[in-house]
Design a protein around this ligand. Structure first.
Ligand SMILES: [Zn+2]
Length: 132
């Protein structure tokens, strides 16, 4: 069993295309400057529809987290316990993600992290975060 892969559509394709190049990107509103996550067709701040994909630094910190002890699907059995986290990116927006490559007992709120890339199903890259 393998881990889940995203259902990619026209809205999310730019994010996943960038991810395959190990680039983290996010929509940003051309009108008010707000970052928009998850991908949307309009800005949640001003309802503007002019959104552009912008590169992110990939740096952030753990805003909140929990430790998953029971695999939600068989493909995750080898990972438990693992850290499900909300990471606040340096640019401000938050992403739900996993913190990997560090002992789950050592994760803490405010921990500096950076994006890293997990290959699923052979070579499909999914962004994750790891300690720095
Ligand atoms: Zn806006």
């Amino acid at each position: 069993m393998s881990k889940l892969l995203p259902d990619i559509d026209d809205l999310t394709r730019p994010f996943w295309d960038a991810a395959q190049q190990r680039r983290l990107v996010m929509q940003r509103c051309d009108d008010c400057g707000a970052y928009v996550w998850h991908p949307q067709r309009w800005c949640r701040g001003c309802y503007g529809q002019a959104l552009s994909w912008q590169p992110l630094s990939g740096a952030g910190e753990v805003f909140s987290y929990s430790v998953v002890h029971y695999a939600p699907l068989p493909g995750y059995a080898e990972d438990v316990p693992y850290v499900l986290a909300t990471v606040r990116l340096k640019e401000g927006p938050q992403m739900m993600t996993n913190v990997v490559g560090v002992d789950w007992r050592a994760v803490f709120i405010g921990q500096p992290v950076k994006v890293c890339w997990e290959a699923r199903a052979g070579d499909f890259l999914v962004p994750q975060f790891t300690g720095i």
